[in-house]
Design a protein around this ligand. Structure first.
Ligand code: SF4
Length: 230
């Protein structure tokens, strides 16, 4: 058998495709688990996701408008409206007046909706076992890579914008000498490390685009230092 002079060249050229294929397989597993989890509760995955979004607001806080739910999930308003209508009929979601505008409707979970949302939020847990198998250093490199991908997809408008540290006006990347806690959150005035970077922070305030760009380049320049659990 004749060996090619560069037998692995073609393989390495296709690394981006392999990463994409690997992510696609993980996506299939997530969808399959979501179907199982939702099916066991008599919900569609979209209905389960609506429950999960509404579960993110406290019971004593104003509810979310339909448009905000659709935006959070990256789905159209008619699709969100259909899912919400079913959840209202099932007694899992209640409609009430929006305190900011009495003509608008705000959505809240009922007590039963909160219970089912807690179950729905457990669906991704099957991934934790697989992630736990990675070394801490691998998890941190993976997390940073995920943030890059999420930011890229957000900028292309392909997924909803989430409240990440890297787009927050309070984020100060790489300003501390401590390699374990190089970043700073000006909101709580505290240093923090890679593993504390948030993907969905309720205190997030979007920075102006020039500051986001500046912070992003400083974040990329800051080194990743593996942190062991205390
Ligand atoms: S307020 Fe939240 S999102 Fe903003 S930097 Fe602090 S922890 Fe990150």
């Amino acid at each position: 058998m004749t060996m090619s002079p560069k037998p692995f060249q073609e393989e390495s050229d296709a690394l981006n495709r392999k990463v994409g294929l690997g992510l696609s397989k993980i996506g299939q597993a997530i969808r399959s688990q979501a179907w199982k989890g939702a099916g066991s509760q008599g919900l569609t995955p979209t209905q389960g996701q609506v429950l999960a979004v509404l579960a993110g607001i406290q019971a004593d806080q104003p509810g979310l408008r339909l448009a905000a739910v659709a935006e959070a999930l990256g789905i159209t308003r008619p699709t969100a409206s259909e899912a919400v209508g079913t959840l209202v009929r099932k007694g899992l979601v209640a409609k009430g007046p929006d305190p900011k505008d009495s003509r608008a409707v705000a959505l809240q979970l009922t007590a039963e909706g909160r219970r089912q949302a807690a179950e729905a939020s457990l669906w991704p847990d099957f991934l934790l076992a697989a992630v736990d198998d990675l070394e801490v250093a691998e998890q941190q490199v993976f997390y940073r890579a995920l943030m890059k991908m999420i930011r890229n997809l957000q900028q292309r408008g392909q997924i909803p914008v989430s409240q990440m540290c890297v787009t927050c006006r309070y984020f100060r990347p790489g300003v501390h000498d401590d390699p374990l806690r190089p970043h700073h959150c000006a909101f709580v005035d505290a240093a923090f490390g890679e593993k504390e970077l948030r993907l969905d922070c309720s205190d997030h305030v979007a920075a102006e685009p020039p500051l986001q760009e500046l912070n992003w380049s400083r974040f990329l320049e800051s080194a990743v230092t593996p942190q062991n659990d205390p």
